[in-house]
Ligand binder design. Structure first.
Ligand SMILES: [Fe+2]
Length: 230
């Protein structure tokens, strides 16, 4: 079930990268970032580690940007098998983008590279299993799946928290059990209410409740852009 969701989700999020729904892609990054930070805290990691995982959560799908041109113009629909192969390159592409920038730690880069590995070895890109999967990537895997399940998608409504957790329990072989148990503890803690509010707002498109800039505001912000509108 989660594998199917994952496939549809890759499809959806790729379409986000090439369509107008950038807002959803950004909301997803923020949510995974928030969850990864909190889960790292739950696991007793240092402050620095938690912040790095927040960065990794925000950037985990950055590789999809390099696939946008390949599927330019696609809105919805299922990716063909050939296209899925390209889609599965996004963790490696993300790794290359972050590595080339020279600004990101090994923890962030390897977490992004392996964020689709499943604990039982059924994930990608390298079919790593159990402790072979970098620690940060195992954190992202739990957070990414939960974030996807509790978010609206063009092909289904968001699942509520209890349903999402139940679905994850059914496929718990995909996750590091220790991390999943910590995640559940976190998800039913009072502190988690703030995250749930963000999820509700994102599903109602209230996260970025700012009107697009008017032509006048844009001109004031960036002197000399008036000619663009001439
Ligand atoms: Fe991904």
């Amino acid at each position: 079930m989660i594998e199917q969701e994952d496939r549809k989700d890759d499809d959806f999020r790729l379409s986000c990268a090439v369509s107008e729904d950038l807002e959803d892609a950004i909301s997803h990054g923020i949510l995974v970032s928030n969850l990864a930070f909190r889960l790292s805290e739950m696991l007793g990691k240092s402050r620095d580690f938690c912040y790095e995982m927040a960065v990794a959560g925000m950037l985990h799908d950055v590789g999809k940007l390099r696939l946008s041109e390949y599927l330019y113009g696609r809105k919805q629909g299922t990716l063909a098998i050939e296209e899925m192969k390209y889609m599965r390159m996004h963790p490696k592409l993300g790794y290359e983008i972050l590595k080339a920038s020279g600004d990101y730690s090994q923890l962030i880069i390897e977490s992004v590279y392996h964020h689709h590995e499943n604990y039982n070895g059924s994930g990608y890109p390298d079919n790593l299993k159990e402790e072979q999967i970098p620690y940060g990537a195992r954190i992202l895997r739990v957070c990414d799946v939960f974030a996807a399940l509790v978010s609206n998608r063009p092909y289904r409504k968001a699942f509520d928290k209890d349903t999402a957790i139940r679905m994850m329990i059914e496929e718990v072989r995909h996750f590091d059990m220790r991390m999943f148990l910590s995640f559940m503890q976190m998800a039913y803690d009072k502190e988690f209410e703030k995250t749930e509010k963000f999820i509700r707002d994102a599903n109602h498109k209230n996260v970025f409740a700012f009107a697009p800039l008017s032509e006048q505001e844009l001109k004031e912000l960036i002197p000399g852009t008036g000619t663009v509108f001439a």
